[in-house]
Design a binder for this molecule. Structure first.
Ligand code: COI
Length: 364
């Protein structure tokens, strides 16, 4: 039985915080991290907050060989009145358990993970940047740690949460990005691991990303793994199109990641009475819409990417530009509203923001 008490060891030194004007994505980490272990027959145990530090694993640790791991990404914001806000963290821990299920990793207790995260954030509150477009990125993840080379689910795991003050994910900031439609490689197939947030999905995406990068594109747009015809998602985000007044996003089909931002955008559009549908949509339909002038907007959604306008697609040696490469009206409105809810400057009619209450404890 797991002991709920989180042991805290404070770092004896404090790192220098980076300048908010130079924040990139995922390069700097805070002073502390959360760690908890799993042992078969004992369950999750020894939850603790420790100084951020290297971890020690045997070279035979299973994570290095067969990639049995899962992760999440969410963000914390500091409001003008110094409250720490999280955006729908329950959704991330729910999804972590869905990923665990697919990767044969034992479930975590979602409520406890949130308590642990809140404690860590309370300790690290000074690391939350407040400049527009910045936030504290939160990376919970689980790895298999057994020293064993057989292919089987591990019997030991480590769950960790690390924090990183971040600026925009793309070098373009909130300006439109250029996307290449991938024709050679596939990201996932139905029955595979596409719906899980697991490192292998991202490792197998790197080759296509590398090629696209050399051609000057920020990301690749993945088509379905069977017919190479239907749109799935972009490298690190889900995708939406506005065609002739209607917003369309690919329906969750068993190989697309169910984004928390994706779900929130659908709810927001419904709330505004903007027609929005989740359905199968082919790249050819997008191409035709672009040619006939009906493709009004395109944008990606994700925790890291937030709402990222797409200004140009490249497919079958042809590029098609959307809205002269400018950010669309609905895209901009969604960005403003979502980020406003997230950082507490706009009303939150959905109750998505979760406050990290001071009752969680002060550890100074
Ligand atoms: C996120 O949006 O949080 C992600 O996990 C995407 C990514 C940076 C891999």
């Amino acid at each position: 039985m797991r002991d709920n008490q989180i042991e805290i060891t404070f770092s004896t030194t404090r790192k220098q915080k980076p300048s908010v004007d130079q924040l990139e994505f995922g390069k700097v980490f805070t002073d502390h991290m959360f760690v908890m272990n799993y042992t078969e027959g004992k369950g999750w145990h020894d939850p603790r907050i420790t100084p951020y530090q290297p971890i020690s694993l045997e070279p035979s640790a299973m994570i290095f060989h067969y990639g049995q791991s899962v992760f999440e990404g969410l963000k914390a914001y500091l409001t003008n009145d110094e409250q720490i806000l999280l955006f729908r963290p329950d959704k991330n821990f729910e999804r972590l358990n869905r990923s665990n299920e697919r990767l044969c990793i034992p479930h975590i207790e979602e409520e406890f993970a949130l308590v642990a995260l809140k404690q860590l954030l309370t300790i690290e509150r000074e690391w939350i940047p407040t400049k527009e477009g910045t936030s504290l990125y939160i990376r919970p993840f689980i790895i298999s740690t057994d020293p064993y080379l057989g292919v089987a689910p591990a019997k030991h795991y480590q769950f960790m949460i690390i924090l990183s003050p971040v600026g925009s994910y793309y070098k373009e900031g909130i300006n439109p990005v250029k996307i290449a439609v991938e024709q050679q490689y596939v990201r996932a197939v139905v029955g595979g691991t596409g719906t899980a947030k697991t490192g292998g999905n991202y490792a197998s995406s790197l080759k296509a990303q590398e090629v696209a990068d050399k051609l000057g594109f920020s990301q690749v747009l993945w088509l379905d793994g069977k017919e190479n015809k239907y749109i799935e998602e972009v490298g690190s985000m889900n995708i939406f199109f506005k065609i002739n007044g209607e917003v369309i996003t690919p329906a969750l089909n068993g190989s697309i990641l169910e984004g928390v931002t994706r779900g929130s955008i659908i709810e927001l559009l419904k709330h505004w009475n903007v027609p929005v549908v989740e359905r199968k949509i082919s790249i050819d339909e997008i191409y035709q819409a672009a040619k006939s002038g009906l493709l009004e907007e395109a944008f990606g959604t994700g925790t890291a990417a937030v709402i990222s306008p797409i200004g140009e697609f490249f497919w079958q040696n042809e590029k098609f530009v959307i809205q002269d490469g400018e950010t669309g009206e609905v895209t901009q409105e969604l960005y403003d509203t979502l980020t406003g809810i997230q950082n507490g400057t706009k009303p939150d009619p959905f109750g998505w923001s979760v406050k990290v209450e001071s009752e969680v404890g002060s550890f100074s």
